[in-house]
Design a protein around this ligand. Structure first.
Ligand code: FE2
Ligand code: FE2
Length: 485
């Protein structure tokens, strides 16, 4: 135990040292770029070196983070909520950058992506010329930079103090944050609905912020909190929004298990969140139809991927991530063997995110109750996905998906050999115990509700317990999300 503790401490201190090193590099490079921008004409080749240095340092910061935040608090600079230590080597840059931002009534900024070098130059020139006319410089700057298409940056207000990353995590319980982010993601989609005729008005920053918070939460999965469990929240009245948020959560959880970098998980999450955006254009009488579609209705339904492309194309700011959003919206029903829709004369190679989202999409759609469908049990859906591996779905990803979810996926309501009913709360991390997840027994065989304690079915003390089958939680009046989040 002692050794593990020492190794963890050593790991944390080397991580802190790395963050500080990358942060110092950014402070030095960014201060030099702003200084260059305040003196020279943008056409001057002198910009090349500082622009390249900033781009490189930000790339390193994005290696471990879905967003990069810079905060100036009185006379200190924090990057991703870590205090960057000032010393003589960076004294000049540190002081200049801090004073410069504060004099413009900016408390700092948040980057949702690392822009390209031309965009960095444009950003620096605009920032160097920017002067706030009110106390709320950050609001003015957000409007100005947004008008110039720089939607990857959000300026923040001045603050007296900043909680450290650890402190913030402690104070706000994960469950509260998780539910708040879930609700915010729903609001983003509801809001998007109101701007169908004018997608330019959609606040993609808010969507990115919510998704990046969800990405961070996916790394906090433990005995008390199941990130994947968030996708068990089902709301029949708002199916389309609810489905898009759940597909986003499942895709992020899957992306994390696949070992994607946080920045890629963010791109994947946003793409998943907007994957069915085109459905907002489909009349509710068709979306909620409980009987079979006519040919004409089916054609309308099948138009949702291309409708989404048209809408997403009109959103502000074209970037590599926005192109991936378009691809996922267009490709998520094409199928691995190109038998789906829309059909193209030349077969398309599906983007990795499209292949992930198409699996998450089917999993959520089939496990959800609809007016035309009773929910399928999660284990049945996994078997279905497996049966279509290599046809509708990427066979390698399907195997990885089953490893992510286990034989009895998180959120399943199951009957044990003792007649008790339990909720599956966590996949067993050891692959040899995929069929022995962590569960909470919630109901005894006589139907009495029980005090749910987390049990590891792979532990020798639980060896006599066996999961027999999945059951419908609603029939047993069990509110699954309650036991997960
Ligand atoms: Fe779809
Ligand atoms: Fe969908």
């Amino acid at each position: 135990m002692r050794n593990t503790g020492m190794m963890e401490a050593a790991g944390a201190s080397s991580r802190d040292a790395q963050i500080n090193l990358n942060g110092r590099e950014f402070v030095r490079a960014f201060a030099a770029l702003i200084k260059t921008a305040s003196i020279y004409d943008p056409k001057n080749t002198i910009f090349n070196q500082p622009v390249e240095a900033v781009h490189k340092s930000v790339s390193r910061l994005f290696d471990d983070n879905a967003t990069v935040t810079v905060d100036v608090v009185v006379d200190e600079i924090y990057i991703n909520r870590n205090l960057i230590k000032m010393d003589m080597a960076i004294f000049g840059s540190y002081k200049q950058l801090g004073e410069d931002l504060l004099s413009k009534n900016l408390g700092g900024f948040e980057l949702s992506a690392n822009p390209n070098m031309d965009q960095w130059k444009q950003f620096a020139v605009l920032l160097a010329r920017f002067k706030a006319s009110t106390e709320e410089g950050w609001r003015e700057a957000n409007e100005l930079f947004s008008r110039q298409g720089m939607t990857w940056v959000t300026f923040t207000e001045k603050k007296e103090r900043l909680e450290s990353a650890e402190h913030v995590a402690d104070v706000k319980s994960r469950r509260t944050r998780a539910l708040r982010n879930y609700t915010q993601a729903l609001s983003v989609m509801r809001e998007a609905m109101t701007h169908l005729e004018d997608p330019d008005k959609i606040d993609t920053r808010q969507a990115k912020r919510v998704v990046h918070n969800l990405v961070d939460l996916s790394f906090e999965d433990d005995d008390d909190f199941s990130f994947m469990g968030l996708s068990s929240i089902k709301n029949h009245d708002e199916y389309t929004y609810n489905h898009m948020v759940n597909v986003c959560i499942i895709s992020i959880a899957f992306g994390q298990k696949l070992g994607l970098k946080k920045s890629h998980m963010g791109e994947l999450g946003i793409s998943a969140l907007f994957h069915d955006y085109g459905k907002l254009f489909i009349p509710l009488r068709i979306l909620n139809k409980s009987t079979k579609f006519t040919d004409e209705e089916w054609e309308i339904m099948k138009s949702h991927p291309l409708l989404a492309v048209r809408l997403l194309y009109n959103l502000k700011g074209v970037s590599p991530s926005s192109i991936k959003r378009l691809l996922v919206a267009m490709q998520h029903h094409i199928n691995y063997n190109a038998t789906g829709y829309p059909a193209f004369r030349v077969p398309q190679k599906l983007h990795l995110y499209s292949r992930i989202v198409s699996i998450a999409d089917t999993y959520d759609a089939m496990t959800t109750r609809r007016c035309y469908q009773e929910p399928f049990a999660p284990d049945f859906v996994l078997k279905y996905l497996l049966s279509e591996a290599g046809r509708k779905y990427d066979p390698i990803l399907i195997k990885a998906f089953i490893n992510t979810l286990g034989i009895w996926p998180v959120g399943s309501c199951v009957e044990l050999n003792t007649g008790h009913i339990a909720v599956v709360c966590k996949t067993n991390p050891r692959p040899e115990h995929l069929e022995r997840p962590y569960i909470k027994v919630v109901r005894d065989r006589s139907g009495n509700m029980m005090d749910p304690q987390l049990r590891d079915l792979s532990h020798p003390s639980q060896a006599s317990l066996k999961i027999m089958r999945c059951v419908d939680s609603e029939k047993y009046n069990i509110n699954v999300p309650h036991y997960l989040v």
